[in-house]
Ligand binder design. Structure first.
Ligand code: AQP
Length: 333
């Protein structure tokens, strides 16, 4: 069987959290040996869809690259690059917008959540975010998109865009498959376990950062919201405990049932301590690796340049074919 072509993007923030790590980054690391190729992109063009500072953006791109490398991405075994270095993404976004329904973009949960009440003030880029995301993936004819559960709707839309393009212009693009992890596809906020852990929408104490000091991590798990019972089981009416069980299972590389039986009859206090220690240990190599890698920005730039060169070789011919199918010249001059 041929190997999958894996593509995923991650936003440049220095505040990557445990949800990003468990839902996405962990899958990237696993995917680099399964994929041929496995392509990972720091999506700086997506980052400008909300208010941002250019100087800060550059720093956060390096932060994110150093986190990914420290987590185990190896530029020899995967393609790691910065989205804005590869023009195919922006060109394909425009081309695909012709087969994207305005109504579909209007229905995107993430857009609705992010615009809040100020719909008229939101950037057009925020509205267009899912088209750019579709272009990111479709430009590589990727077959698999490893993401967290919150990206389900965006992946469904990119599948629809690929299908519509193929119907309208002939078989050209590949309809990719969503890949969400079996455990940990949606890590919840520790303080408000009804909502996902999030960079912008979460509580400060409920969001565990990948680069956080061990004591801060312990404190956050110590104050994690549980419930008034004692049972350590996964159940819909026990979102806090369920979330902690999932986190512990992933951090230890075991499964949820094992965690439940190990902690049968234990108190919440001991359970939370065990989760905290497992997470501290789980993230320690990333924090240490980051401290070593982050200062060498020239090396990070070298990684980006090499990655972008490989990415262009894959994406440019696909965009050329799309252009031709749509009635343009094969390549832009
Ligand atoms: N809580 C989560 N559980 C599991 N996976 C998650 N992801 C995000 N939150 C969770 C996955 O992380 C990947 C990278 O996401 P991103 O680059 O879009 O990062 P972000 O937007 O900064 O992350 P957030 O926290 O989702 O930000 P907000 O809430 O501000 O938009 C994706 O694969 C995502 O599914």
């Amino acid at each position: 069987m041929s190997k999958p072509i894996i593509f995923s993007g991650i936003q440049p923030t220095g505040r990557k959290h445990l949800g990003n790590y468990i839902g996405a980054i962990r899958q990237y690391v696993e995917g680099q040996d399964r994929g041929d190729p496995a392509i990972f992109c720091i999506v700086d063009l997506h980052a400008i869809s909300v208010a941002y500072d250019p100087v800060e953006l550059r720093e956060r791109i390096y932060d994110t690259a150093a986190i990914l490398l420290a987590a185990g991405l190896d530029p020899e075994r995967c393609i790691l690059f910065r989205q804005s270095d590869v023009r195919a993404h922006t060109e394909l976004t425009w081309l695909l917008s012709s087969v994207t329904a305005h109504g579909d973009l209007n229905r995107m949960h993430q857009f609705k959540e992010k615009v809040g009440k100020d719909r008229d003030l939101a950037s057009a880029a925020l509205f267009y975010y899912p088209v750019l995301m579709a272009a990111d993936v479709l430009a590589y004819r990727a077959t698999e998109v490893p993401v967290g559960d919150d990206q389900r709707q965006h992946v469904e839309l990119m599948r629809e865009i690929a299908r519509r393009f193929n119907e309208r212009f002939g078989e050209t693009l590949v309809v990719p498959e969503l890949l969400v992890p079996k455990v940990g596809a949606r890590i919840m906020d520790l303080q408000e376990p009804e909502r996902k852990m999030s960079t912008t929408g979460g509580t400060q104490n409920g969001t565990v950062l990948v680069l956080e000091e061990p004591d801060a991590i312990r404190k956050k798990f110590g104050s994690a919201v549980t419930d008034s019972e004692r049972e350590i089981v996964r159940r819909e009416d026990k979102p806090g405990v369920t979330n902690l069980i999932d986190i512990l299972a992933v951090a230890r590389g075991s499964d949820q049932a094992e965690v439940e039986s190990e902690f049968e009859g234990a108190g919440y206090g001991d359970f939370k301590k065990a989760v905290a220690e497992a997470v501290v240990e789980y993230l320690a190599p990333v924090r240490e690796g980051y401290a070593e890698l982050r200062p060498d920005e020239a090396e990070l730039e070298r990684v980006f340049a090499a990655g972008a060169e490989k990415a262009r070789k894959l994406a440019d011919p696909v965009v050329a074919e799309v252009r031709e199918r749509m009635g343009f010249g094969r390549t832009s001059l």
